[in-house]
Design a protein around this ligand. Structure first.
Ligand SMILES: Cc1cc2nc3c(=O)[nH]c(=O)nc-3n(C[C@H](O)[C@H](O)[C@H](O)COP(=O)(O)OP(=O)(O)OC[C@H]3O[C@@H](n4cnc5c(N)ncnc54)[C@H](O)[C@@H]3O)c2cc1C
Length: 388
């Protein structure tokens, strides 16, 4: 076992950090407060080979590892947190599920544009009555001749104000086995996108409505029975949220450390007060331990899909560590930390969201408990096996 990066990983990290310093440091604050998807950053990262890191070169990717993609998020976020969203989009988000299961004609049509940073994709999964209980989703796709006809609605989809295509979870029939997914393009008749609403983080999302929306059968991504495959792909997205939680927590930690080393009160730098030293020690323990869990999940997945258990443990740890570090950093930096003049308050707001998004901490803990007890705990209000 080796806890050091390889020489290649160190070199890659340094290259990405240099790129971020040279091209993304200026404008980092402005970018964080702009809800629009930064297509300019996406195109820059695409030119530098930071989109599709884990995808085969034959598909326009870099044939790298999931750990490389995690390193890219860490290095970009350390300089410009908002730009790490682009690394997420290009490597971990719905694009990864799309690349995994899309047909050759689908990929020929959309993957190149997505990887070039000219187009962004949004994931339509959550519905008003299906959040954590995702398998309650009602949005239906009915086969009709050479088409599917979609009816239903989705909420909270990240990047939806800017997305040109949407990966939509749909129901072809009853039960878990009836769930799959389909690609819908903006502008398709019967598909309407509501006005933007904002999360606490400033990110925007739109309601998505499908009313007899007709899409060609070639847009089908996963047919009935595709839910498990979708979730396997979604574990990659979770790892991207995990990596960003940790990286944003570290950004705030580093900002607070630099501040505490120089800011003086009572004729001493803040770092000389033990009450603050112990905050930094606690933050370091939480961030370092969460980072090891993130690396375990990423390294064990390599080019495949990460394990559901290791992903759940890593996400729960990084979500908590990232938010707690960012929140403490705000406290340590006083009114300046609470002000929009620095990115520390932004990191706190963003890390708060990932405790809910992509599998809330509570749902992750349910998953971890199932691993511990080696049995499934049905969350629905019906008798558990063995208790009747
Ligand atoms: C920043 C952000 C980005 C998002 N991006 C997307 C996106 O791109 N696409 C998309 O489709 N959706 C997206 N979502 C929605 C996200 O997937 C849902 O918010 C999430 O699944 C939780 O659903 P809910 O908000 O309806 O909460 P609910 O499911 O109503 O849960 C409310 C609370 O109850 C808890 N809870 C629920 N069930 C249980 C249980 N069995 N045991 C213990 N606790 C439980 C939850 O943990 C939560 O704390 C995003 C959300 C956020 C915050």
């Amino acid at each position: 076992m080796n806890f050091e990066f390889s020489a290649e990983q160190n070199e890659f990290a340094e290259t990405v950090r240099r790129l971020a310093r040279d091209h993304l440091a200026a404008g980092a604050l402005k970018r964080a407060h702009d809800p629009r998807f930064p297509f300019d950053v996406a195109q820059l990262l695409a030119r530098q080979g930071l989109m599709g890191i884990t995808l085969p070169q034959s598909e326009g990717g870099q044939s790298g590892t999931l750990m490389d993609a995690v390193i890219a998020i860490e290095q970009i976020a350390a300089v410009c947190p908002r730009s790490a969203d682009v690394v997420q989009f290009g490597n971990f988000g719905p694009i990864r599920t799309f690349a995994e299961y899309g047909t050759p004609p689908q990929k020929a049509r959309w993957l190149g544009e997505l990887l070039a940073g000219r187009m962004v994709m949004s994931l339509g999964m959550t519905e008003p009555d299906a959040g954590s209980a995702l398998t309650d989703l009602k949005t239906s796709a009915r086969a009709d001749g050479a088409d599917y006809v979609i009816n239903g609605s989705k909420v909270f989809s990240t990047f939806s104000p800017d997305a040109q295509i949407f990966l939509v979870y749909v129901r072809y029939g009853p039960g878990l086995a009836g769930i799959g997914s389909i690609i819908v393009e903006r502008g398709t008749p019967g598909f309407s996108i509501g006005p933007p609403s904002a999360f606490m983080s400033g990110e925007e999302w739109c309601e998505l409505h499908f009313a007899d929306c007709r899409v060609p059968a070639e847009n089908l991504l996963l047919g009935p029975g595709g839910f498990k495959k979708q979730m396997a792909g979604f574990n990659v997205e979770r790892l991207g949220n995990t990596a960003r939680s940790l990286a944003y927590g570290r950004y705030a930690f580093n900002a607070a450390r630099d501040y505490a080393a120089t800011r003086r009160q009572f004729d001493r730098p803040l770092c000389e007060f033990q009450g603050l030293q112990w905050k930094f020690a606690d933050m370091a323990v939480k961030l370092d331990s969460a980072q090891l869990l993130l690396y375990r999940a990423a390294v064990n997945a390599d080019r495949g899909l990460p394990s559901a258990y290791e992903t759940a443990v890593a996400k729960a740890a990084c979500n908590q560590a990232g938010f707690e570090a960012a929140s403490e950093a705000v406290q340590i930096m006083g009114a300046l930390g609470y002000s929009c003049e620095t990115l520390v308050e932004y990191c706190m707001r963003r890390t708060r969201g990932w405790m809910i998004a992509g599998g809330s901490i509570e749902m992750l803990k349910n998953r971890i408990a199932e691993h511990v007890f080696e049995r499934r705990f049905d969350q629905r209000n019906r008798p558990q096996a063995g208790t009747e």
